[in-house]
Design a protein around this ligand. Structure first.
Ligand SMILES: Nc1nc2c(ncn2[C@@H]2O[C@H](COP(=O)(O)OP(=O)(O)OP(=O)(O)O)[C@@H](O)[C@H]2O)c(=O)[nH]1
Ligand SMILES: [Mg+2]
Length: 600
């Protein structure tokens, strides 16, 4: 049997997981001497690089001494918590990172809770000790309190601690020690994380926890082998979650090493590998011995909490910027997404209308962003939370919200959150004039809150939230307090007319922008919508007004990113997304239609 350790790297967003994995790859000598690699090498897809966040969990393996260490880097954003939960079932221990200043954050709680409940062995890494504001000892206490509050076993409570500055490749077992390298991390993994159980002589059992897709070999299942051996060419039985058994053949077996994947002939109990050849493979399926199939427990896949409707773009500018615009194309693309993305669900709800459900706004914007890069054009509706009946009671998702705000703004923020039905749970000073305040709040009330929060804290506030549970429906919550500035004409915006509109609110468009009747060009400073003419030129007059044009000073428009726009829109509004533009529009473009609709 090979000597193996299987670990996942888990933490709140941005606490340094991917950076730590960089160091593990580097310092174990896994990279070849001349191998080129970038910073945060595991964040390999374009959107991950651009946003600096991990979206998909990814596998790698390193060699240290005579051991193979399989490592899974996981995403830290709350929307991907379900994926982390599945990954945790595949490993025997975890490196749980926590920022030496930020300390325990909502997603730290989430991942620690799951990890402890699954009985995994933790190693706590206090990361970013180089930060001037770092308070490693305080953070150790926070972690200890968290573990204790979450019913850690004696053994789990006795967690080893490593202090690190992952970015600089530094680690040590005691803050008083001189800076060392990652050797102490490798050694702690070998000595503290249990060896995988299972035996290569037993009937094969391998469970799939992630899916991938390759144009040549089709669907790929990434799985942990719990027992037995898998060889290329093996005839196997695939046990589905519903109990069905499907015959299949492993056409390709793939192993991980550093940033590479390579074909292998065989893998045995304890290892993590990928395979191709089974088109019906899903997350949670077990690859079994056909003579003696022993399926593992199917995996619980967390239910979506949020939905939006993707629709065919029917704006007056449709088809001018994107290539794929038809209902069929949209449907095919969304269906393809669902084959590998188990956290999302798709439902056709009308002609050219597709309801997409997921775990949060980020998950949905990432899908939309990927689609625009693939030259799609489409509409997206306002996100709605999923309401469901539990034991006859109407329930909705609630979130755990943590905000860090300068003290001067905390009053305003607490007041706004109060109106949104948030319940304050704790408030602690964070040093440097910041306060950390924790709330529990209906997920519904958080939609559209971020923009308001940033305004109220002059951009200095930080907010984080993660899913808590479904709770009884909390009644109506306050939504956007401002109306929209709606274009009444088709054409191109002119500086002159924008200048006249800009004191009515905040503009989203600059001059020379294509607009149409019913398109939203800004936010009104009052609560009602206002129809405006953004394309009107200055009336010709005989009086030459020299220099008058230069007097037109336009305030730069508010940049409405996809996330921001998605949060901003109301029920009667839509986003129009194309490869080049994100436009906000009324569902009904003419004023008369809107009146008729609002009367209904
Ligand atoms: N000061 C300091 N910054 C660090 C350290 N380690 C990582 N960072 C920075 O923290 C940021 C986030 O690092 P990532 O490795 O992407 O964090 P992550 O946990 O993988 O983030 P997600 O995958 O999005 O959850 C980057 O800007 C890193 O350069 C460290 O030891 N010290
Ligand atoms: Mg990462």
């Amino acid at each position: 049997m090979q000597k193996i350790r299987n670990i996942a790297v888990i933490a709140h967003v941005d606490h340094g997981k991917t950076t730590l994995v960089d160091g593990l790859l580097e310092q174990s000598g896994t990279y070849g001497a001349h191998e080129q690699h970038e910073e945060r090498a595991m964040d390999s897809n374009a959107l991950e690089k651009e946003r600096g966040i991990t979206i998909l969990s990814k596998n790698t393996a390193i060699r240290y001494k005579d051991h193979k260490i399989n490592i899974i880097d996981t995403p830290g954003h709350a929307d991907f918590g379900g994926e982390v939960e599945r990954v945790l079932k595949m490993v025997d221990g975890v490196l749980v990172l926590v920022d030496a200043y930020e300390g325990v954050m909502p997603q730290t709680k989430f991942v620690v809770k799951k990890m402890l409940a699954l009985g995994k062995k933790p190693i706590v890494v206090i990361n970013k000790i180089d930060k001037p504001s770092a308070e490693p000892e305080r953070v150790v206490d926070e972690m200890f309190d968290l573990f204790a509050a979450m019913d850690a076993t004696e053994d789990q409570l006795d967690f080893p601690i490593i202090y690190a500055a992952a970015r600089d490749g530094i680690a040590k077992l005691d803050m008083a020690d001189p800076d060392g390298n990652f050797e102490c991390i490798f050694e702690t993994i070998l000595s503290q994380i249990p060896e995988p159980e299972g035996d290569r002589e037993n009937p094969t059992q391998a469970q799939v926890f992630t899916l991938d897709y390759d144009n040549y070999v089709g669907k790929i299942g990434i799985s942990r082998i719990f027992n037995g051996v898998i060889r290329k060419g093996d005839n196997i039985m695939l046990a589905k979650a519903d109990g069905e058994l499907v015959k299949g053949k492993i056409s390709k077996l793939i192993g991980f090493h550093g940033l590479n994947r390579m074909e292998i002939q065989e893998a045995e109990a304890g290892d993590i590998v990928a395979f191709a050849g089974l088109e019906t493979v899903d997350v949670g399926d077990t690859v079994c011995d056909p003579k003696n199939p022993m399926p593992l427990d199917p995996m619980h896949i967390e239910e979506p909490t949020l939905t939006v409707v993707f629709s065919v773009n029917d704006s007056p500018l449709a088809g001018q910027e994107g290539k794929h615009v038809t209902s069929n194309k949209l449907k095919d693309r969304l269906e393809a997404e669902m084959t590998t993305n188990v956290a999302m669900k798709l439902e056709v709800v009308g002609e050219g209308k597709f309801k997409v459900s997921g775990r949060g706004e980020l998950q949905i914007t990432i899908l939309a962003e990927n689609m625009r890069r693939e030259n799609f054009e489409f509409g997206v509706s306002r996100p709605e939370v999923i309401v469901k009946e539990i034991e006859g009671i109407k329930c909705e998702p609630f979130e755990h919200l943590v905000i860090d705000v300068p003290e001067a703004f905390s009053g305003a923020v607490i007041e706004k959150l109060g109106k949104r039905k948030a319940e304050m749970k704790a408030m602690v000073p964070m040093g440097q004039g910041f306060q950390r305040i924790e709330f529990e709040i209906p997920a519904r009330a958080l939609i559209g809150f971020r923009g308001q929060f940033l305004t109220d804290t002059k951009g200095e506030g930080i907010m984080n939230h993660s899913f808590l549970e479904f709770r009884p429906y909390s009644g109506s919550v306050e939504s956007r307090s401002y109306g929209a500035l709606v274009s009444m004409e088709n054409g191109e915006t002119l500086a002159y007319s924008l200048f006249n509109i800009q004191d009515r609110g905040v503009l989203f468009v600059g001059p020379q922008t294509k607009v149409y009747e019913g398109m939203i060009v800004g936010e009104h400073s009052r609560s009602n919508d206002l129809v405006v003419n953004a394309i009107k030129g200055k009336a010709q007059s005989n009086v030459r007004s020299s220099g008058a044009d230069e007097a037109i000073k336009l305030i730069p428009p508010r940049d409405m990113s996809l996330e921001r726009a998605l949060e901003w829109i109301e029920d009667d509004e839509l986003l129009e997304i194309t490869p080049q533009s994100i436009r906000i529009r009324k569902k009904y473009l003419t004023e008369s239609e809107r009146k008729r609709y609002s009367r209904k």
